[in-house]
Design a protein around this ligand. Structure first.
Ligand code: ADP
Ligand code: MG
Length: 430
């Protein structure tokens, strides 16, 4: 590589290696496509001790070579048919060309020089190939400052071209990713707005339905027969269920858009657990499930948003009832624990751990991390028989996140599941 004469006039091997390393580092750091093109051309010119370099890219669809060159702050695009000129020859044959005097070579297009007033002397032109060997571009270097391009120059340009190919591919991937991410974010925002609007719209007509059903049931507009009363009661329950779903959807959307703030205060968790347990009793007994309580009478107060914690408990109890077959058992229990030594602020007084166990269908281990994703259901095909939207646990997670805590899940398919939540104990007041 390189002889003594060359070392005197040109860069030594060590210097070339250093330049190559610098260029590789710079190239791999650049993810903006246009800036990368510019960087490759500038660095190649510097490393090759030449006058100028151009990286032409192959546009396979249009059968053209193109490049963007900086003119001051502007970028100008050049395009020509991919078989024309020296670059075209290299792009079609895949052969490197080292031309000491351009005007001696019939493939050289002198017209370009006439138009630009530039005088091309020597040319070194190298194909740029991607991983699978397809020619994706041509790297062309003009006018070696002293003498002509040597074998060592060819080797250096070869190395630069391979690096350029990798960097270009990365930048392209990065750009695609960035675009896809932008589109996804926009879609997500649209979905959020849609959900917010739809839940508001659904809520509005429900209010008069509930109002009138309740009025009819009160007997004020006139006496009801037993049959009418029992039919209206079914309507009332269904509407209340619908209202609950819409409230959850609205809460979810508000949380998702950061509109629902947690309002934490010291609060007795024991009575809340019992009240929630009582609320699911009718559905549990109807399904032939046993409900057990393991809540000690003297639980300390916790510092939480009671409304949101009540909602989260209801969503988890709802799942326990839904996913436990007849004859099963649901256990709701709670226990106070002292704070560990490294308790974070707000948790120095210890915590109450609330556990909800069921003997239901269970969740496969690899699906557990996903059940808190919005709209996710382990068996979407079974949705019709179980019902639900897949939003419940996503809302539970949002609520727990907002409280600085999380839900731990243990589950064995066919045996049952346990959901555990830790809530911070409030400072005991005198
Ligand atoms: N106690 C449970 N036992 C078994 N699977 C559960 C339980 N709780 C949740 N899952 C699984 O997690 C999924 C997500 O729950 P959730 O977000 O509440 O949605 P939904 O109840 O509307 O289906 C459920 O569809 C179910 O597959
Ligand atoms: Mg649910």
């Amino acid at each position: 590589m390189g002889n003594a004469a060359q070392r005197v006039t040109g860069l030594g091997d060590a210097a070339r290696l250093r330049i190559l390393l610098d260029v590789i580092k710079a190239m791999s750091a650049e993810t903006d496509f246009d800036r990368l093109l510019q960087l490759i051309m500038e660095e190649t010119t510097r490393a090759m001790e030449a006058d100028r370099s151009t990286l032409f890219l192959v546009d396979h669809q249009r059968g053209e070579l193109w490049s963007r060159v900086a003119l001051g702050l502007q970028h100008q695009e050049i395009r020509f048919k991919s078989h024309l000129g020296i670059a075209g020859h290299v792009a079609t044959t895949g052969e490197l060309l080292n031309i000491p005097d351009a005007y001696e070579d019939p493939r050289f297009n002198q017209e370009v020089d006439r138009q630009t007033g530039y005088r091309t002397r020597s040319i070194l032109c190298m194909p740029v190939r991607n991983k699978v060997g397809t020619i994706v571009g041509v790297l062309q270097v003009l006018n070696k400052r002293s003498g002509v391009f040597t074998a060592a120059d060819q080797e250096l340009l070869d190395a630069l071209a391979s690096q350029a190919a990798i960097a270009l591919e990365n930048a392209k991937l990065y750009e695609d990713l960035r675009r896809a991410y932008g589109e996804l974010k926009q879609l997500d925002a649209m979905k959020g707005n849609f959900l917010a609007n739809i839940s508001h719209e659904l809520r509005t007509p429900l209010a008069p339905i509930i109002g009138y059903v309740e009025m009819l049931l009160s007997g004020r507009p006139g006496p009801l027969t037993d049959r009418q009363r029992s039919h209206l009661t079914v309507v009332e329950q269904a509407v209340q269920r619908l209202q609950g779903l819409i409230e959850d959807l609205l809460a979810f959307v508000q949380m998702d858009q950061g509109e629902l703030a947690i309002q934490a205060r010291a609060f007795a968790i024991g009575p809340l657990l019992e009240e929630r347990g009582r609320l699911i009793m009718p559905r549990a007994t109807e399904k032939g499930l046993m409900v057990e309580f393991g809540v000690p009478p003297e639980l300390p107060d916790v510092r939480v948003d009671p409304k949101q914690i009540a909602r989260a408990l209801m969503l988890m109890l709802d799942n326990a009832v839904k996913f436990t077959p007849q004859g099963g058992r649901i256990t709701l229990s709670a226990k106070a624990h002292v704070a560990p030594d490294d308790a974070p602020p707000g948790w120095q007084h210890g915590y109450v751990e609330v556990s909800l166990s069921d003997t239901g269908i269970g969740i496969p281990a690899d699906k557990i991390p996903r059940i808190f994703d919005k709209f996710y259901q382990v068996d979407a095909s079974a949705t019709r028989s179980y019902g639900g939207t897949g939003l419940g646990l996503a809302l539970v997670k949002q609520i727990m996140d907002a409280h600085g805590t999380r839900v731990d899940v243990e589950s064995t398919p066919g045996v049952g599941s346990t959901f555990r939540v830790r809530l911070p104990i409030a400072e005991a007041h005198a």
